[in-house]
Design a protein around this ligand. Structure first.
Ligand code: ADP
Ligand code: MG
Length: 298
């Protein structure tokens, strides 16, 4: 890529830092319990759903058992995996609202081996209102997914673009948060609000919650603007920013239309390669954290 410069023996990545050498993920001989990650940003169109699908598919390629949770009433994650959300009998909404419906009743297999989906559709928008009157309304999603955590290595929750009750449920159920940020426009205030929300949930509802990392998306290294925005993101968040950066390419919308992860739709593309790198980086971060202390390492 044009943005990678060589300095001595170490390559500088697009974030301006030396690129780490990421090892091939180790083979897992047993699975679970899963580490739960919420994909979160109250801004729409930043790559949450695309990252959920493609990070999930890449982790599955590395032998991880993955569960994707569509927690946006728009159902874009379900659609992006070739599911017609209006044609499915039960969605995560039923599991949230009906005592007798469990995650297992709603689970679908995707076209990626080792990756399952809890689908949603527009019904989920009613849950936001209906849950308000419930006791422990913030813990509803956690109650649904906790019983299946032993079956997976990683659960990725695709959040809706808001900081409302559904997103609070996702943050309460999660161990970590990944924040995709588009390299088009950087609003420090917007991210600050998100970080405040994460801190509040950590303090009041979920002490284990960590900001896992910031992912730069829709990057165009050919423009000064793109490079400047990325530099500001790194200035603001330092090592929290993943070394892996997702470039802007039309192959992502194309894959969405095809209802497939890019890793299947165009396995040799740069986009597919980037999400595989991200999967390796995420797994390596967990491996290093696990060395430092107990953590669910996927
Ligand atoms: P969000 O879930 O945050 O709303 P999406 O993942 O749905 O964002 O992405 C919004 C749109 O941008 C989709 O049409 C998607 O296909 C497209 N898109 C996502 N990532 C990229 C990328 N790296 N380059 C180009 N288009 C992308
Ligand atoms: Mg989305």
């Amino acid at each position: 890529m044009s943005t990678i410069k060589r300095t001595g023996t170490r390559e500088l990545g697009p974030t301006g830092r030396p690129l780490p050498r990421l090892p091939e993920p180790r083979t897992l001989h047993r699975h679970g319990p899963a580490r739960v990650i919420a994909m979160c940003n109250q801004k729409g169109g930043v790559g949450k759903t695309t990252t959920t699908i493609n990070l999930g598919a890449s982790l599955a390629e590395y032998g991880r058992k993955v569960l994707l949770v569509d927690f946006d009433p728009q159902g874009a994650l379900s659609v992006g995996l070739g599911v017609n959300p209006m044609k499915i009998d039960k969605t995560i909404y039923n599991a949230l609202m009906e005592k007798r419906v469990s995650a297992d009743d709603v689970l679908l297999k995707t076209n990626v081996v080792g990756m399952d989906l809890l689908p949603s559709n527009i019904d989920l928008s009613a849950a936001e209102v209906q849950l308000v009157g419930e006791v422990a309304r913030e813990q509803t999603l956690k109650r649904i997914i906790d019983p299946v955590l032993d079956d997976y290595d990683i659960v990725l929750i695709d959040c809706q673009p808001s900081l409302g009750l559904l997103t609070i449920n996702a943050l309460t159920a999660a161990h970590g948060v990944i924040v995709p940020l588009e390299c088009e426009f950087f609003s420090l205030r917007g991210v600050a609000l998100l970080i405040q929300t994460i801190d509040k949930v950590k303090e009041r509802l979920n002490p284990q919650l960590e900001l896992e990392g910031i992912l730069a998306t829709m990057y165009d290294g050919r423009t000064l603007h793109g490079r400047e925005v990325l530099a500001r993101v790194v200035e603001a968040f330092g090592d929290k920013v993943f070394h892996t950066v997702i470039s802007r390419t039309v192959r992502f919308p194309d894959a969405t239309v095809a209802g497939e992860p890019i890793t299947r739709f165009d396995p040799a593309s740069t986009g597919a390669g980037s999400y595989r790198e991200l999967a390796k980086e995420v797994l390596e971060r967990w491996r290093q954290a696990e060395r430092a202390g107990p953590v669910r390492a996927g």
